[in-house]
Write a protein that binds this ligand. Structure first.
Ligand code: DMJ
Length: 492
């Protein structure tokens, strides 16, 4: 147990920050490097001396305002995590989610699956909240059970619960988490029992009965990181095979121009909606093509990603005066149907960066940032041809922070730290409550909603924390994040 834990934490150490030189420091450096005495003793008229001193002072002021104190911001994010987590503990302990306005709770089903604790556990370890994490891990190990007669959404349970258990198992070596993950995986396997092998949307955890034949690429294609890792850790190849087969079956139903639609029937394999985009319902299908190639060195995934992203860049990418966007087109013809982009689409700059396409990644992140700053905080969806909101509301989503993290990780450009600072400031200004953080029902009125999704602790605050942390905190050559930000270590 100890061996596993220490080997994983190698990827999560916190060396002291290597300070970058800011313009302010360079100026101050000139003083210590001898400019000051030279200026002071030179034969310069007093008025000019005064002017130079004033300019120097203004420069220092300006620089310190632009400077981003990473360590301070990292601690600030950690404090906000603790504020949210303690509020969950005070008002919703043992339930799936905190309701921050009514100071109560919400369960997704008739019994709790401890969505928030399982989702938040690896964030605590990453933040160094070890004592709290260990207590939470004990609670999960003692209480989490899947032996319930409830229908769950396969996708959500896989990314939040299975992903959370696997990641925390890899971090701690606590076998009890792996046993639970395997139990869950075995219960979920029936989801693939369709005539095509494409998974149904819902499954009964006790009986294995399935329902929901009409589903989408994200729910089909966002399973392989978790199921594949389960195979590697348990030695049972079925998990990998079933999830990989589903991915291939979906990919093989792409159009002749290489795109997938929004809705498909898993029994007939027919497309029911042919709108193609990178938003909710499709987004993480593309994410997993890329990441499964990286995590498992799976050549099929590499090929599927390369061909898919080429089609996305050719048909969905839309360069406008307002910036680069990715809109909606018909999957068969490539004809543009809508000019919509939203909070969920904001994951894509991160994927472009992870795949090495920094030009598009930077441009698209700039567009996402415009969307955030135009309204003070990002709306769920805008029409980028008019820059008007088409879907109000902000459910505390992480994608824009996720992309800032990847871009900063690879490019080390302080502009992404400044973006992060803005995100944190807006979150605190508009979403913070006395009991945790609340979603917004409208980003225009800033009216709050009684909801704090578990991904706020699993993803939003984790990516913000990592953005301000030393680069080495997570080694992206050894670790891949699942779509719920659970770090999964490559297994040889
Ligand atoms: C999370 O559950 C996951 O990131 C998923 O891929 C998309 N939606 C939410 C966050 O916005």
């Amino acid at each position: 147990m100890k061996k596993n834990r220490s080997s994983f934490l190698v990827l999560f150490h916190h060396p002291s920050n290597q300070k970058e030189r800011t313009p302010g420091e360079w100026t101050a450096g000139l003083w210590t490097a001898g400019l000051r005495p030279a200026l002071w003793t030179a034969d310069v008229p007093s008025a000019l001396k005064l002017l130079l001193i004033l300019l120097l002072f203004l420069n220092l002021q300006c620089s310190s305002q632009n400077e981003v104190d990473k360590e301070k911001l990292q601690q600030e994010v950690r404090n906000e995590f603790l504020h949210s987590w303690n509020s969950y503990k005070n008002y919703a302990w043992g339930h799936d989610e905190l309701k921050p306005l009514s100071k109560s709770y919400r369960d997704w089903h008739s019994v709790s699956l401890y969505m928030t604790p399982v989702d938040a556990l690896d964030t605590m370890y990453l933040m160094g909240l070890t004592e709290e994490a260990d207590k939470t891990r004990e609670f999960i190990a003692a209480n989490l059970s899947f032996d319930h007669d409830i229908y769950v959404k396969n996708f959500e349970i896989v990314i939040r619960i299975l992903g959370g258990l696997l990641s925390s198992y890899q971090m701690t070596g606590d076998k009890r988490l792996l046993v639970k993950a395997e139990d869950l995986g075995l219960r979920l396997l029936h989801v693939f029992d369709s005539p095509t092998g494409l998974p149904y949307m819902y499954i009964n955890l006790k009986t294995g009965a399935v329902r929901g034949a009409e589903t989408n690429p994200a729910e089909i294609g966002t399973l392989l990181i978790e199921f594949g890792t389960l195979s590697k850790l348990t030695g049972n190849p079925r998990f990998y095979q079933k999830a990989k087969n589903a991915l291939l079956e979906l990919y093989n139903r792409r159009s002749t121009i290489g795109l997938v639609g929004s809705t498909i029937n898993v029994e007939t394999g027919q497309w029911l909606n042919k709108n193609s985009h990178i938003s909710g319902g499709i987004d993480s299908y593309y994410e997993y093509l890329l990441k499964c190639g990286l995590l498992f060195d799976d050549k099929d995934c590499h090929t599927m990603w390369k061909e898919s992203v080429a089609a996305l860049n050719k048909y969905l990418a839309d360069q406008r005066p307002t910036g680069l966007w990715y809109g909606t087109v018909d999957m068969e013809t490539g004809k543009r149907i809508a000019t919509k982009f939203g909070a969920l689409d904001a994951f894509f700059p991160g994927m472009l960066a992870l795949s090495g396409d920094f030009t598009r990644a930077k441009a698209l992140q700039d567009s996402s940032y415009t969307m955030w700053t135009k309204f003070g905080i990002e709306p769920e969806e805008i029409d980028y041809s008019t820059m008007k909101i088409t879907y109000d509301g902000y459910p505390l989503r992480p994608e824009i922070m996720e992309s800032a993290y990847y871009l900063y990780y690879f490019k080390n450009d302080p502009v992404y730290l400044k973006m992060g600072k803005t995100f944190l400031k807006s979150l605190k200004k508009y979403c913070r409550t006395r009991a945790g953080y609340a979603a917004l029902s409208s980003v225009q009125t800033k009216e709050k909603k009684d909801s704090m999704e578990s991904f706020f602790l699993a993803e939003t605050l984790k990516y913000l924390y990592l953005l301000f942390s030393p680069r080495e905190t997570v080694d992206l050559s050894k670790v891949v994040f699942n779509t719920e930000a659970h770090p999964i270590r490559k297994i040889k």
